[in-house]
Design a protein around this ligand. Structure first.
Ligand SMILES: Cc1cc2nc3c(=O)[nH]c(=O)nc-3n(C[C@H](O)[C@H](O)[C@H](O)COP(=O)(O)O)c2cc1C
Length: 314
């Protein structure tokens, strides 16, 4: 029977459609609702060493075609407080992946240990927030430091460790390779693309932080290209994220090389309760229509097509 069940390292997902970090995953009850709505796994909001209020409003600005610009500022209740949300979310039988961030190796390891103890099924290291100051992208732009953090966290916990990459670098491959060489179990790509909008009447930036990260359909081709490139260069599973609003988008990520996908901004435009089932149903009927028996058959398929015309233009 055709099934969408997927493995990410030791993690078993009933389907490959996951909630992306930061969009709904701030509380146990909401994570539970997303899990109930059919997600294969849920990723929490990024959790750091201490409570952070984040930036002043406006922090999220909707743009045309459902894309959005955000600079939330890594607001979160801090890892000690967040533990109880994990315990609540664990009541559903869906893997909980806790996204974490820190300023240095010690902070990452302390948070990782506590999250594992609280029931996290895996960790996603957020080395990639484009507006997180000392947290996030400044770490994720450095292959050596990224690798050291992965190595240290892997030696601290038993659960799978994923690393989330920023597209705001000239070349993402050295960072991905360093993560893989240091034991990362999967790579999530991409976080938001650094961006800015200005109100032409006031002359002021639209976000209180002036700049932030672009997400939604506008960034999908960027994310697809990164997944496509990563698939050629690393051997660990890839989790594709960026602009997915339909099953067709999801298929595109699988063809480029993703083993699983995440949905973020897409959930802001429609009822998230419908979105997960719509995506899994759409993926299933595509596979059926094309005569495939397993999702793996289409993962990275574009790379294997002989008539592929783009290979001449690497
Ligand atoms: C409002 C908002 C908050 C986000 N917060 C986080 C976060 O806490 N940690 C993280 O790793 N990514 C965060 N992201 C990035 C998303 O997880 C995702 O990588 C990005 O938005 C691209 O996917 P999408 O186009 O489906 O939204 C956030 C995105 C948005 C729109």
């Amino acid at each position: 029977m055709l099934t969408l069940s997927t493995n990410l390292a030791t993690l078993q997902l009933k389907n490959p459609v996951m909630l992306a970090a930061g969009v709904l995953g701030i509380s146990g009850p909401v994570l539970k609702r997303v899990a109930n709505a059919g997600a294969g796994a849920v990723v929490t909001k990024s959790i750091g060493p201490e409570p952070r209020e984040g930036y002043n409003n406006p922090t999220v600005v909707p743009l045309n075609e459902f894309s959005c610009l955000n600079a939330v500022g890594l607001s979160n209740p801090g890892y000690l407080e967040f533990s109880k949300e994990i315990i609540l979310a664990k009541q559903e039988n869906v893997p909980i992946i806790v996204s974490i961030f820190g300023a240095d190796i010690d902070e990452f390891c302390t948070i990782a240990k506590k999250m594992e103890k609280s029931g996290a099924d895996a960790l996603e290291l957020n080395l990639s927030c484009p507006h997180g100051g000392k947290y996030g992208a400044s770490i994720g732009q450095d292959p050596q430091l990224s690798g050291e953090i992965v190595y240290a966290v892997k030696n601290t916990v038993q659960i799978p460790v994923f690393i989330k990459l920023t597209p705001n670098v000239t070349d993402l491959i050295p960072i991905a390779k360093s993560a893989e060489n240091n034991g990362a179990d999967a790579i999530t790509a991409i976080n938001t693309v650094r961006a800015m909008c200005i109100d032409i009447e006031t002359g002021q930036p639209l976000l209180s932080n002036a700049f932030g990260g672009l997400s939604g359909p506008a960034i999908k081709p960027i994310a697809i290209k990164h997944i496509y490139d990563l698939y050629k260069e690393v051997g660990i599973p890839l989790i594709g994220v960026g602009g997915i609003v339909s099953w067709e988008d999801a298929i595109e990520f699988f063809l480029a090389g993703a083993t699983a996908i995440q949905v973020g901004t897409g959930l802001l435009r429609t009822s998230f309760l419908d979105m997960f089932n719509e995506l899994t149903e759409g993926i299933l009927s595509y596979l059926r229509r094309k005569g495939y028996t397993r999702l793996e058959e289409i993962i990275g398929l574009t790379h294997r097509l002989k008539s592929y015309r783009g290979s001449l233009h690497e």
